[in-house]
Write a protein that binds this ligand. Structure first.
Ligand SMILES: Nc1nc2c(ncn2[C@@H]2O[C@H](COP(=O)(O)OP(=O)(O)OP(=O)(O)O)[C@@H](O)[C@H]2O)c(=O)[nH]1
Length: 314
């Protein structure tokens, strides 16, 4: 999970306060990731040797790796008394001889990283200090818990429970973000509007369960035929919308062709057919989302009517 939504300034204040409280040259919040251990917050003191973004590979024998691996507190009062640290660059190169670190955890108990205090001199912190660090670690744990819950809720409120693609709310919010980005990058977008044909008849003849399966199949096919940067959503009922980055109209017909071919190959009973409309959104376009959706919807409707005139008995 991303940690971008964290209140970094608050974490920075906590880290600075811990460094002052322990009168230590360095205090860090680190994150354990595939690169190893990465500094995300560093105390703002002259003796703090590592800066945010710096990281240590998984094979390096640094103190934090032990905290993460064992998911428990580690207090090294004086590294010179334990040969185990002779290949620890924090000690051998940067002279950090004392280390007190605690694991910071996600609500499911997995380790996010560490909160740690380092000193260039041996230390013997009183128990009350160690306990106070434990309380601060709990504050950080609880920040992570809130972040986790917020993300879960946001994901839920943005997702259509049947098809697991975005719902109307998710699409609406993300469409605005995507448009802002496209404007900055001077890229053209195209909004596609889909409505399944004869869907009521599918429900009536084959049952709601088959109808649901068709909705899921259509959603998956849309998703598989779009790029990760495209937005795919169920607008409601048997209507779907997709926002794609498309430099020309040729990419719209290509998308449409790919989708139609994929559905034909699936060979569902009955076949899944749809009508489509679109609205082109130039980078400088100032029309609001609803206006663009109305245009695409209207165009889709015109296509649907044309089909019904050609083939009135379906
Ligand atoms: N199975 C299923 N049906 C749904 C769901 N949501 C809406 N519907 C049905 O979708 C149907 C949509 O009907 P219409 O808008 O008339 O669509 P249509 O039959 O495809 O008609 P045309 O668009 O003119 O081809 C309605 O019968 C709704 O009950 C759902 O989640 N599952």
């Amino acid at each position: 999970m991303e940690v971008n939504e964290i209140d970094w300034l608050r974490w920075q204040r906590l880290v600075n306060t811990v460094a002052e409280m322990f009168n230590a040259p360095a205090t860090f919040i680190n994150q354990a990731n595939i690169k190893g251990i990465e500094v995300i917050i560093a105390s703002e003191r002259p003796g703090t040797r590592y800066a945010p973004g710096g990281h240590c590979g998984v094979d390096t024998n640094i103190y934090c790796h032990h905290v993460v691996k064992d998911a428990k507190e580690l207090y090294v009062r004086d590294a010179s008394t334990d040969g185990k640290w002779l290949d620890n660059p924090e000690y051998t190169e940067d002279n950090y001889a004392s280390y007190l670190g605690m694991p910071i955890c996600w609500p499911d108990g997995s380790v996010f990283g560490t909160l740690c205090v380092l000193d260039t001199h041996p230390t013997d912190y009183p128990e009350t200090y160690v306990n106070a660090l434990g309380v601060i670690k709990e504050v950080i744990d609880s920040d992570l818990k809130h972040l986790y819950r917020e993300n879960q809720l946001l994901t839920l409120s943005y997702t259509d429970p049947l098809t697991l693609i975005y719902n109307r709310r998710g699409f609406d919010d993300l469409m605005s973000n995507t448009r802002e980005l496209a404007k900055r990058l001077n890229r053209q977008l195209v909004l596609l509007y889909f409505d399944l044909d004869h869907f009521k008849a599918t429900n009536d003849r084959y049952g709601h369960q088959v109808g649901d399966e068709h909705l899921k199949t259509f959603a998956n096919t849309l998703k598989h035929n779009s790029r990760t940067c495209d937005l795919v959503a169920r607008w409601g009922g048997d209507e779907f919308v997709v926002l794609i980055h498309a430099e020309s109209l040729a990419s719209v017909s290509l998308f449409n062709q790919r989708l139609a071919n994929a559905l034909t190959e699936l060979n569902t009973q009955p076949a899944i057919e749809y009508s489509i409309g679109y609205a082109i959104i130039a980078p400088s376009d100032t029309r609001d989302n609803q206006t663009l959706l109305d245009i695409a919807d209207q165009q889709m409707y015109t296509q649907k009517q044309a089909k019904q005139t050609t083939n009135p008995h379906r």
